[in-house]
Design a protein around this ligand. Structure first.
Ligand code: BMA
Length: 931
């Protein structure tokens, strides 16, 4: 019935879309079938039949034809639920040349179909799919013909398919449905589809259908390269590159002889090797080990050196089939170190990464899909997001397991910016089926994805899933009564099925089963640890939304925090495209609609109110826009407090074994729509206050003061930006990280210094200097008193000063501590400032802040897209927030405090703009404006 309907549509189709193919010199030809508006998209119940672009989905196709409104506008996600419940069909005609039609082998390659689809060419069924993460190569030899051809990709509603699979399942695979607050669809775990496309606690439900990756014909005679993977490795002190060449093969031939040529021009390397490709079901793999005689320049994470990359081309020639692939590789080693923290084995194991032999603290965040509609994610958007990431000192990113394996563009940019990727496999907050067909599909998915991605130096780790070990152990899915059943399924999926594939494809990186997990200790305890959130092993996720997150005492002391976050609203300007005027009110239904986290709005308001009084304005819109600002302050402050807490613990081991925290990856970097979420950059690309704060709390040399208790100030220096090494105490065996202090250590290491004495000078500059504390009262710009302390540290993070708060307050004559503000700066022996920061002695709600009138005094162009903005204030001002309205871009700093009457910040515009236009759009506020 279904196919009959489709054929009718084609017969009566309004347009015929033709494609011209050029014949190539050799017999290998690729015929692209994707493109702008050269497909038709139809849906039977509505009679929709429109030109559509591929890659694409039904949402963007309908939007382009104005048949629906912006799906992100107000509650349109709810209005368009029917789209996900319907079956959508893509079809087109195309022309094929004689040479293609007569090739010995013609494959229809679909790099990605989302998700449940049947494919027909010229009326013949060529294949069915149900995993959007798998590349398919359907044999269409003898089916495509010279001249006109047709293709139909008929999708089935993923929503209905998931429901049906649940009904067919012999037992429940929870969770069944997302919490009602998410307004999403059920049973997404039944499908190998982007899990958050059925809704998440930060995003709407848009269960897309479509051809989401390139689609083309591959015509050849014997064998062509499908994919090349390469892993540079250091073997006995010598670099070699393990190259895997994966082929699409004409399976009518038992073997194909040919030549593989590997070229790395920058290393003057060319290697030619005869190979015999033996076909197994149309696929084959050849492995080469390419030794390098020359020295290479290493690839370093952001902040540690350059991201040297080498272009590599691999060409396969077999008779007239010539096919090749080019990509970049980087030379770096990665080790995940899980050793005892001390000679007392009860104190647990370390969990940190060594890159090129050096321990590296992960300063990072978590990545979610950048759009509900993958086809809208351009390389420019990714570049903007990842450049913004690197710009604030982030060196690592976890690609979270509820989205998609990201695009080539994404990983190429991570390679380029030095962002180390912790790559989850796409399983998240759920249990999963383990019937044979499902496991086979997963096996293909994992093999293909690891092969596709493993040449990227940025990837440092594979992790099987997001929070499924914790969920199972902590009975999130009410499975306790059948624990063994679900435990066996867990092991079957992540251990028996996935682990050997990942390990077999890539022996250069670790595979962790889950995040969070106790890593080695989880494995020892049978893969599901008794307490997967232990601070003594592996990583943790921290979410406590009802504690005072401005107080570091509430946080845990893990080996690594790979997720921690708190919500804040997106920027006000970013709501303009999705809100109607009546939505700007705390009680408006839209405020509830955009909040997908259970009790999220109440929690956010309560968190803010712990620290700052909410606005009491009688104007609902003013009250709400003030609230947006306050939630961003709260989010930025909470994450500053927590991130610095982790960094201070990196070289410190408590007597109970906690400590040596070697990573802080906050949740989450980016957004999928305009809403209150954990993100630091909103959906429209505007930095939230948190993102500006990240550039301070992730500074390579950081002065980090905190109140150890209500009356004790403790000031730390954190210097993990300089090369360090591991040292153990002779007696206790306790580990610590020490900045290198010996020229021989530097020489022996892989540190990228043209001159070792420069490296040593940089290390000395970070590890010793003078700390200056200055106390102010909010009533005046004139400082009350300063204190100077010389310091020198020999671990990567150590306390350099402690003092009694009441004593400082009284020495400075600051009257009440509620109004005292401490400024900190460190300088090297030449008085060059190495870091600055500040600390309140009370929360702002207890302070008596003067009413500050802040003005934009001048805006100057210093280059076409860079401006200087001078501001002035008549009083001390907290959380000074500049916004540029419709002018997209970012400031050099924002959300800062003015303890001087004037300041200058830069503005980096995304597009060309005049100083006058920028000045017109600029707005500035500070905390005293919230009444
Ligand atoms: C963790 C993440 C996400 C979620 C976030 C905020 O559970 O892994 O699933 O969005 O917390 O709740």
């Amino acid at each position: 019935m279904f196919w009959f309907r489709v054929s009718l549509l084609i017969a009566t189709g309004i347009s015929q879309w033709m494609l011209n193919t050029n014949s190539l010199v050799n017999s290998y030809e690729q015929v692209p079938l994707d493109g702008q508006l050269n497909w038709m998209l139809s849906e039977a119940s509505t009679g929709v039949n429109i030109p559509a672009s591929v890659p694409g989905s039904m949402y963007t196709a309908l939007l382009a034809k104005n048949l629906i409104q912006d799906p992100l506008y107000r509650d349109n996600d709810n209005k368009y639920v029917w789209l996900g419940n319907s079956d959508w069909t893509y079809y087109r005609n195309f022309t094929v040349s004689k040479s293609v039609a007569e090739s010995s082998k013609v494959l229809l390659v679909c790099e990605g179909l989302d998700t449940v689809a049947s494919v027909m060419v010229n009326g013949k069924s060529v294949g069915d799919t149900d995993n959007m993460f798998v590349r398919h190569a359907f044999d269409v030899t003898g089916i495509v013909k010279e001249g006109d051809n047709s293709i139909i990709v008929g999708f089935r509603s993923a929503v209905l398919e998931a429901l049906e699979r649940d009904q067919k399942s012999s037992y429940e695979i929870p969770p069944n449905c997302p919490p009602p607050v998410q307004q999403g669809q059920c049973h997404v775990n039944q499908l190998r589809k982007e899990q958050c496309s059925f809704s998440w606690d930060w995003g709407p439900s848009f269960p897309t259908q479509g051809i989401w990756k390139p689609i083309y014909l591959n015509a050849f005679s014997a064998a062509v390269v499908q994919r090349v993977s390469a892993i540079p490795k250091k073997v006995s002190g010598q670099w070699q590159v393990d190259v895997d060449v994966i082929f699409d093969v004409n399976e009518d031939l038992t073997e194909v002889k040919g030549q593989v040529q590997v070229d790395v021009p920058a290393l003057n390397l060319t290697l030619v090797q005869d190979v015999t490709v033996s076909s197994s079901q149309g696929r084959a793999k050849v492995v080469l080990k390419v030794p390098l005689a020359r020295d290479v320049l290493l690839w370093w994470p952001n902040g540690y050196g350059l991201q040297n990359l080498y272009q590599m081309t691999v060409t396969f020639t077999s008779g007239s089939d010539v096919s090749s692939r080019s990509f970049k590789v980087g030379f770096r080693t990665v080790e995940l170190i899980q050793d005892p923290v001390s000679s007392d084995s009860k104190k647990g194991l370390t969990f940190y990464f060594r890159i090129n032999g050096l321990p590296v603290f992960l300063k990072g965040s978590n990545w979610i899909p950048a759009d509900n509609f993958q086809e809208r994610i351009t390389r420019d958007r990714l570049r903007f997001l990842l450049q913004s990431t690197a710009a604030v000192g982030i060196n690592s990113m976890r690609v979270w397991g509820g989205g998609v394996y990201e695009s080539e563009d994404f990983y190429e940019l991570c390679d380029e910016f030095g962002i180390m990727v912790w790559q989850d496999l796409m399983f998240s907050v759920a249990l999963y089926p383990t019937y044979d067909g499902f496991l086979q599909s997963v096996a293909t998915e994992i093999r293909q994805q690891v092969q596709r991605l493993k040449h990227h130096p940025s990837i440092i780790l594979w992790a099987g899933n997001n929070e499924n070990e914790k969920g199972l152990r902590q009975n999130w899915f009410k499975t306790q009564d059948n624990f063994t059943l679900y435990y066996n399924d867990y092991v079957k999926l992540y251990v028996t099925t996935i682990k050997p594939i990942v390990n077999g494809e890539d022996d250069s990186r670790e595979y962790l089963l889950s995040s969070p997990s106790n890593a080695k200790e989880s494995e020892k305890e049978g893969y599901v640890a008794k307490d997967p959130g232990s601070e003594l092993y592996g990583d943790i996720h921290f979410y406590e939304n009802v504690v005072d997150q401005w107080n570091p005492a509430v946080f845990r002391v893990p080996r690594m925090a790979s997720e921690y976050g708190i919500q804040g609203w997106c920027n006000n300007e970013s709501l303009a495209s999705v809100f109607a005027p009546e939505d700007y009110s705390m009680d408006a239904p839209m405020i509830g609609h955009r909040q997908h986290h259970f009790n999220g709005n109440a929690e956010m308001a309560a968190e803010v109110a712990l620290h700052i009084d909410l606005s009491t304005s009688s104007d609902a819109a003013v009250k709400f826009t003030d609230y947006i600002y306050l939630t961003q302050i709260n989010q930025a402050m909470s994450m500053r407090t927590q991130s610095e807490h982790y960094r201070r613990y990196q070289s410190r081991l408590l007597s109970d074994g906690r400590g040596l925290t070697m990573g802080a990856l906050y949740w989450q970097l980016n957004d999928i729509w305009q809403a209150p979420t954990w993100a630091s950059i909103d959906y429209e690309g505007r930095w939230k206050m948190l993102h500006y704060y990240a550039q301070h709390f992730f500074q390579p040399t950081l002065v980090s003061p905190y109140l150890q208790d209500n009356n004790t100030l403790n000031v730390y220096m954190v210097v993990d930006g300089v090369p360090s090494l591991e040292r153990r105490d002779n007696v206790t065996g306790e580990l610590r990280f020490e900045p290198m202090s010996d020229i021989d250590d530097i020489k022996k290491s892989s540190v990228p210094a043209p001159d070792v004495s420069d490296t040593l000078a940089a290390i000395n500059k970070a590890t010793s200097g003078r700390l200056t504390l200055t106390m102010y009262n909010y009533a005046s710009f004139t400082p009350l008193k300063s204190w100077n302390v010389d310091y020198s540290i020999n671990t990567t993070a150590d306390s350099v000063y402690t003092a009694s708060v009441s004593q400082l307050v009284s020495e400075a004559n600051c009257a009440s501590r509620d109004n005292c503000f401490l400024h900190f700066s460190t300088a090297d022996k030449n008085n060059a400032v190495t870091s600055t920061t500040w600390l309140f002695l009370s929360y702002p709600k207890y302070s008596n802040l003067p009413r500050a009138q802040i003005k934009v005094v001048a805006v100057r162009n210093i280059s076409p897209q860079v401006f200087e903005v001078d501001i002035s204030s008549d009083a001390f001002a907290l959380y000074v927030w500049l916004s540029a309205g419709d002018v997209l871009g970012r400031f050099s700093d924002n959300g800062f405090h003015l303890h001087t009457p004037t300041a200058t910040v830069k503005f980096y515009a995304a597009n060309d703009v005049t100083a006058a236009k920028l000045q017109e759009n600029l707005k500035v506020k500070s905390l005293s404006d919230v009444q």
